[in-house]
Design a binder for this molecule. Structure first.
Ligand code: KG4
Ligand code: ZN
Length: 347
């Protein structure tokens, strides 16, 4: 069983093929950075148009290693959440392909896809674990069962972790996306140079990053308009440390509280080297296993969409062709979201 995944929820036009056993056969991502750069952020209309012009070529490249579309057995696509116009491009493209070739079609939740990234490249099932999903729009802790269904344990009350990186980078004129820019700028800096807040550190499984963002802005003001390079390095390292510390601390607390033996990292912020290192260190101290997918599978891609689709197919699910794009789509409590049940597919 080979699944073609398609992702177009924001500013990456992506397609990938994942095979039974979660073997990655191809992973093509066209990042639209150049198209949005003149505007200083993602412009929804521009994103939709870029998807329209790029998607066919990206899908062609993704299916070539398996002999073209005839080598595909099912199609999975991000149904939401995300930019509505952008989602519609991928969704309608996927439906058209599935309809034309009479293939099972699966609409998946973007976060469900981020969670599935950890399955890629491993034949054995991941056991029950805590997943920490940290992206530009989400900061969530989930208890994930062996069959891939997830229960929310905690989330951010305000900004997402990636959003905090992006906003602080913007104030510092470091460019977009802010996470990688701050990580680069933090290299060699002292993570203890500035004391920055870690909200709700001692209690619960919720996060808040808006206080950190404000505190960061206050510190930046004290540095003046042309701060010394070493101070910038130290500030970026301290900011990155504050985010990574609170994320890892709560993930470990969640695993201990729910009596789950491991932690999986997911989402764009999971590409952050300091976050990955701190998780490795503290998970080991706490006697927990941990898994951080390769960086290319953490930021938006379609391999994770295909992997989520494969998990659904294995549960005998498929989506209805009437499924519509969902710009807002909470994935809470008894998620994964339920697609319209149709005839079961044998994977
Ligand atoms: O998952 P993703 O690619 O898209 C969303 O679903 O949001 O995540 C994008 C977010 C952005 O906020 C970006 O700044 C952040 O992930 N990010 C990082 C790094 N790479 C991407 N944050 C910190 N360090 C990184 N290396
Ligand atoms: Zn994402």
């Amino acid at each position: 069983m080979r699944i073609l995944g398609i992702e177009s929820s924001c500013d990456e036009t992506a397609a990938a093929v994942v095979e039974d056993g979660y073997v990655l056969r191809s992973n093509v991502v066209h990042a639209q950075l150049a198209a949005h750069a003149p505007f200083g952020g993602v412009v929804p209309e521009v994103a939709s148009r870029e998807h329209v012009t790029r998607l066919t070529g990206v899908v062609d490249d993704a299916v070539r290693p398996v002999g073209g579309l005839s080598g595909i057995d099912a199609i999975a696509v991000t149904q939401g959440p995300g930019l509505l116009g952008a989602l519609l491009v991928g969704l309608q493209f996927a439906k058209g392909l599935a309809y034309g070739r009479n293939l099972p079609f699966l609409g998946v939740h973007h976060l469900e896809a981020h969670l599935a990234a950890a399955r890629i490249g491993r034949a054995e099932q991941l056991g029950p674990h805590v997943a920490l999903v940290v992206s530009g729009g989400h900061t969530h802790l989930y208890a994930v069962a062996a069959n891939g269904t997830a229960q929310a344990l905690g989330a951010t009350r305000d900004d997402a972790a990636g959003e905090a990186f992006d906003k602080v980078a913007k104030v510092m004129h470091l460019g977009y996306p802010g996470g990688p820019a701050i990580e680069r700028a933090a290299a060699g800096g002292d993570p203890a140079a500035f004391v920055l807040p870690r909200a709700f550190y001692r209690q619960g499984l919720e996060f808040s990053f808006s206080g950190l963002k404000t505190a960061a802005q206050d510190v930046l003001r004290t540095l003046g308009p042309t701060p010394d390079a070493a101070r910038v390095r130290d500030f970026c390292a301290s900011f990155q440390e504050a985010v990574a510390d609170v994320l890892v601390h709560k993930a470990v607390r969640a695993a201990k509280g729910a009596n789950l033996p491991g932690i999986v990292l997911a989402g764009g912020v999971a590409a952050n080297g300091r976050l990955r290192a701190l998780l490795a260190e503290r998970a080991a101290e706490a006697g927990l296993w941990h898994l951080a997918p390769p960086k290319a599978l953490c930021t938006d891609n379609a391999a994770m969409v295909a992997a989520a689709g494969l998990t659904r197919l294995r549960r005998g699910e498929r989506s209805d062709f009437a499924a519509s794009a969902r710009a807002r789509w909470p994935m809470h409590l008894d998620a994964a979201p339920k697609p319209v049940a149709q005839a079961a597919v044998t994977p």
